[in-house]
Design a protein around this ligand. Structure first.
Ligand code: DC
Length: 228
């Protein structure tokens, strides 16, 4: 075995992405942002003028897309059929559309299979909504990361502004609440905490503090399994 399978689930804006990347870097593991895969499908659907309420249509389209990740010095890039879409998948419009297409079971089946293939050998940190409940229900370490919605909204708003995307705080928080509602209430694989997940509330913690907690838990588990 190459290493542990670690999952981080939680609502949008809880810091999963940053923590997944940083934890994976510290451990020398692969970081897998499963949300980026759903986002890439949403972008493809948007460009193809697909009816996003028509699950059959979106599933067919999803099956025709190639989604890859490319590691570069300045961070990981997301490729859709060879095109770098790392920025294009992160607009507020695509975020909302992603929430919609991710409720489609056909899309989830295709992407979950792909995520399982990537992570099967271990030495991976996955982040998303269902990575510890559906993708790897037997993962070695599961985290459920959460934070107050106002705090998550503020962080996302600052992030958007830093990227030069105009947004106001109120509507960023409202959009986040809407995505939380959609993610938690969909029938297939809703956002939920796995029974055996370690819950970390990051409302008042820094990224560094959360990272240290995670690392400690991972080191103990790795030692138990005889993995360096
Ligand atoms: O983590 P994120 O904000 O990039 O996720 C974008 C959307 O994708 C989010 O609304 C929920 C969905 N998603 C999902 O349904 N399952 C996952 N494993 C990851 C993301």
């Amino acid at each position: 075995m190459n290493g542990l399978i670690i999952t981080i689930d939680g609502p949008c804006g809880s810091g999963k992405s940053t923590l997944c990347k940083r934890l994976a870097a510290r451990l020398g593991y692969i970081a897998l942002d499963t949300g980026a895969m759903y986002r890439a499908v949403a972008l493809a659907a948007y460009r193809a003028n697909c009816d996003c309420e028509d699950c059959e249509q979106v599933t067919k389209l999803c099956g025709e897309q190639r989604i890859d990740f490319r590691r570069e010095a300045e961070g990981e890039r997301v490729l859709l059929n060879g095109e770098d879409v790392s920025e294009a998948i992160r607009t507020p419009e695509i975020s909302l559309l992603t929430s919609r297409i991710s409720s489609c079971s056909g899309v989830r089946r295709i992407l979950v299979r792909r995520q399982q293939e990537i992570g099967a050998a271990g030495g991976v940190v996955l982040e998303g909504r269902d990575t510890g409940t559906v993708v790897f229900p037997k993962a070695d370490v599961k985290f459920f990361l959460t934070a107050d919605v106002a705090e998550r909204g503020k962080r996302r708003w600052l992030e958007l502004r830093a990227r030069g995307i105009a947004a106001d705080l109120e509507s960023t928080i409202a959009e986040m609440q809407e995505r939380d509602r959609a993610d938690m209430n969909r029938t297939d694989s809703p956002l939920s905490k796995a029974d055996d997940a370690v819950v970390i509330d990051a409302t008042t913690l820094t990224i560094e503090e959360v990272l240290s907690r995670m690392e400690e838990i991972v080191r103990v588990r790795a030692a138990e399994k005889g993995i360096r």
